[in-house]
Write a protein that binds this ligand. Structure first.
Ligand SMILES: NC(=O)c1ccc[n+]([C@@H]2O[C@H](COP(=O)([O-])OP(=O)(O)OC[C@H]3O[C@@H](n4cnc5c(N)ncnc54)[C@H](OP(=O)(O)O)[C@@H]3O)[C@@H](O)[C@H]2O)c1
Length: 412
């Protein structure tokens, strides 16, 4: 028999599940800046279903989705779940975990208690007819992002996940390295390899926005590992060397251009100025590449501010693939170039099990580094999100310790 509540790092006997746990959560009456919205609470440990696992979380990654959850914008994730019949008045989030499988449901076969795992955040109803038919589960009606659209994520001592979300923890990584990468890495992998025939081919130029950020650092390395030529975009020359060290063949500082934002009306004088800026940016891509070739894939996520340029510089028959609208959702593009040059604008969201496994293999083979740039304590979960919201966080991915008592543990 164990206790009802354990301190962080005070490990219960393997498989013993307490009644309550420490967790970081937001509530509707404190939606707002992440540093105050996220607060430590004691909440019940959730029960698990037949296909679920409970993971004793050692470290968690910090992702932008839980900046949005803290703000309650564009979606109030708590109200959204209540509409689906879930009673909780809190969101205990977190979409990236490393840890130890602590309990398994009656139908779980792929992991056992004691396994060291990382968790990818693709979640769907196991009996969703779309999923059962063998189609891509990321397109299923029931799909959600674990730890954003579901409760009891990786900011909990014990996270509830579906067993298919578990991937083996790369043995060479510490808990915090292992906990920081999967969401961004698997999203980047699907963007770059999930949309045939617009997948990375040997020698293909790939333009990567926010290249020193969480997604971007993964995209640079995946592109390089699969034979593409990544051109990195940054806003500060201090990030240049990081990009070159992580697979970029060239780097562009977006601060050298000023045509960002919505595209002006194509019949206006402002459009000519905008087009000159977009052309100059295209020339900067050729200079960075060392050859006059346009990107076959443009790896997008800033959205409103950059999408008109992304669509303009994309190669004939190439693809702009986008997974977010960090700068806004009201996008514009010059359709004349879009249809005449038969470009593709593809939405992409997270990843399925195969894509998560493929990118985890690249990590295990040390072809992709998690790019952990900073590790904070459990009590700094709100602070770490605030750094992300203010775009002043360090490069790559961030982590917070959960049950790991200090940095550097977990390698084997
Ligand atoms: N749909 C999905 O499955 C999915 C998965 C992961 C992330 N996302 C979303 O993708 C976005 C990025 O996530 P992340 O983890 O990479 O965040 P991140 O680490 O904060 O990186 C974002 C990067 O965007 C760049 N940026 C900021 N403002 C910009 C602007 N006005 N124009 C161009 N670039 C700008 C910044 O780089 P510079 O300032 O150096 O240019 C920053 O490094 C977030 O909105 C997140 O929610 C979606």
């Amino acid at each position: 028999m164990g206790k009802d509540l354990y301190n962080l790092g005070e490990m219960p006997p393997l498989g013993v599940v307490p009644k309550s746990m420490h967790a970081f959560a937001v509530r509707q009456d404190r939606f707002g800046e992440p540093k105050t919205a996220w607060q430590r609470e004691v909440i019940p440990v959730p029960s698990i279903g037949p296909k679920d696992v409970l993971v004793y979380v050692m470290a968690t990654g910090i992702n932008y989705n839980n900046v949005w959850a803290a703000l309650g914008y564009p979606v109030d994730v708590i109200a959204d779940r209540q509409k689906k019949g879930e009673p909780e008045t809190f969101h205990a989030g977190g979409s990236d975990a490393s840890g130890i499988v602590w309990a398994i449901g009656s139908e779980v076969k792929n992991v056992k208690v004691g396994d060291e795992v990382v968790v990818h955040s693709g979640w769907w109803e196991p009996d969703d007819p779309w999923v059962l038919s063998g189609k891509d589960p990321m397109l299923a009606p029931s799909t959600r992002i674990w730890g954003y659209q579901t409760n009891y994520g990786s900011y909990c001592q014990f996270a509830r996940a579906q067993s298919h979300q578990c991937q083996p923890k790369p043995k060479h990584l510490t808990w915090e390295q292992a906990g920081c990468y999967m969401l961004c890495a698997s999203t980047a992998y699907r963007q770059l390899m999930g949309w045939s025939p617009n997948t990375i081919q040997k020698g293909d130029p790939v333009l990567v926005w926010g290249a020193a950020g969480g997604l971007g650092a993964m995209a640079l390395q995946i592109t390089a590992a699969l034979g593409g030529k990544a051109v990195a975009v940054i806003s500060d020359d201090a990030k240049r060397q990081f990009c070159l060290d992580h697979g970029a063949v060239g780097v562009i500082n977006r601060k050298n251009f000023n045509h960002w934002g919505k595209m002006p009306d194509t019949s206006s004088a402002e459009w000519k100025t905008w087009a000159a800026g977009a052309r100059a940016f295209g020339k900067a891509i050729w200079d960075a590449l060392g050859e006059r070739r346009n990107p076959r894939i443009v790896f997008e996520h800033p959205g409103e501010s950059t999408l008109p340029t992304s669509c303009f510089v994309c190669d004939t028959g190439g693809m702009v693939v986008i997974c977010a609208g960090t700068t806004g959702y009201n996008v514009t593009l010059d359709l004349r170039y879009h249809w005449m040059m038969q470009k593709r604008l593809q939405g992409s969201h997270l990843a399925n099990d195969e894509q998560a496994a493929a990118v985890n293999k690249l990590i295990m083979e040390k072809k992709v580094d998690p790019c952990l740039s900073g590790t904070w304590s459990f009590d700094e979960i709100g602070h770490a999100h605030q750094l992300m919201k203010d775009n002043v966080h360090p490069y790559g991915n961030m982590a917070c310790l959960v049950n790991a008592t200090e940095k550097g543990q977990g390698r084997s």
